[in-house]
Design a protein around this ligand. Structure first.
Ligand code: NDP
Length: 315
């Protein structure tokens, strides 16, 4: 297919930039010209780096960086996430401990556990798996975590630091999205980035991160008028909506970088993103697949946050 408009450096120069990771693969066929951004490979390289840093921390401080994972109740999805996080810790040389509480745990008991972990010298990161049962205030629990150990980056102090551009622990999924964008080689300065979705965990923080890198940012949501037209102006399009394949190929500007955060189960074994992959990959310069795009990045960035929180606590 003949493309019009600007195309950013794709496979050749990218693989030159990141030769060891094999993080970007390209398909130059006429029907799918976009470079496929391989989130699994990028995540693996970030985990390897985290493992190296964790080993250095242990050498310097006589203990591994430590993550406490708190799970309340028996939500099966939460259990899967917690197990994946523990497995990643084991692979990266990060000490992890799990605190599993029953679904009827009183809010105070959970808050006391968080306070105890705040002052535990072997614990550098605290992650309370969300969602919590209805009788527990998620805000209260997040605010009880000391910001320096808030490896999810959800504490209002960390959010505020992101807003004002100060160093802070960054939320994992948005940080992973930025990493993928960087690895396409796109220069964000002056580009138009459109973020569809304004949640506190994805849409808003990624918009702030894009802004910090001098993109001109538009945030869209369920009340945005004429969403397709806004998307068509995006040099970088981030979809974080939670609606299967809502963003069609003809909403994508030729040559755009498309990051699909959505994870939607449409059949027993079939996951799709928020973007119509076939349609969008025919016009985009680079695109993340689902699965295998943004998904693997979240835990990789969590590992990075744990290790960096450990180093920061020693400074
Ligand atoms: P939320 O449900 O919190 O937010 C969805 C956002 O999409 C809202 O801002 C909502 O607008 C907007 N929206 C909903 N419908 C439309 C529409 N028709 N047009 C435009 N905007 C719309 O979702 P999350 O941000 O938590 O997650 C988004 C997706 O990303 C989900 O599929 C989730 O599973 C996935 N996800 C993936 C992660 C990963 O690791 N890969 C991590 C986190 C999320 P409004 O505010 O007006 O309601």
């Amino acid at each position: 297919m003949q493309l019009s408009g600007q195309r950013w450096p794709a496979a050749a120069s990218l693989s030159g930039q990141y030769p060891a990771d094999g993080c970007i693969t390209a398909d130059r066929s006429d029907s799918m010209p976009a470079t496929i951004i391989d989130g699994k490979a990028v995540a693996a390289s970030i985990r390897r780096d985290a493992a190296v840093r964790a080993a250095r921390f242990e050498e310097e401080h006589g203990r591994a960086p430590g993550l406490a994972v708190v799970i309340v109740g028996d939500n099966p999805a939460s259990r899967v996430y917690v197990n994946s996080k523990k497995k990643a810790c084991a692979e990266c040389g990060v000490y992890s401990e799990e605190h599993a509480l029953s679904a009827d745990t009183a809010e105070d008991k959970l808050l006391n556990l968080v306070r105890r972990l705040n002052s535990d010298p072997n614990i550098d990161g605290i992650l309370v798996q969300l969602p919590l049962p209805d009788h527990i205030s998620e805000d209260k629990v997040i605010e009880a975590i000391t910001p320096a150990k808030d490896v999810d980056g959800f504490h209002p102090i960390n959010v505020g630091n992101l807003v004002v551009g100060k160093p802070a622990l960054r939320p994992c999924t948005p940080a992973g999205i930025m990493e993928l964008i960087h690895r396409t080689g796109v220069e964000l300065k002056g580009k138009h980035a459109v973020v569809v979705g304004r949640s506190n965990i994805v849409g808003k923080p990624v918009a702030l991160m894009l802004l910090a890198e001098h993109a001109t940012v538009t945030i869209c949501h369920s009340r945005t008028a004429d969403l397709p037209s806004v998307c068509r102006t995006a040099d970088v399009l981030v979809a974080a909506v939670g609606r299967p394949e809502m963003i069609k190929g003809d909403w994508v500007k030729p040559g755009a970088v498309v990051i699909d955060v959505g994870v939607n189960r449409i059949a027993e074994k079939k996951l799709v993103g928020d973007v119509d992959f076939d349609g969008a990959s025919a016009v985009a310069a680079a695109i993340t697949p689902v699965p295998g795009g943004v998904g693997p990045m979240t835990i990789a960035m969590l590992m990075q946050n744990c290790v960096e929180a450990a180093f920061a606590a020693q400074r």
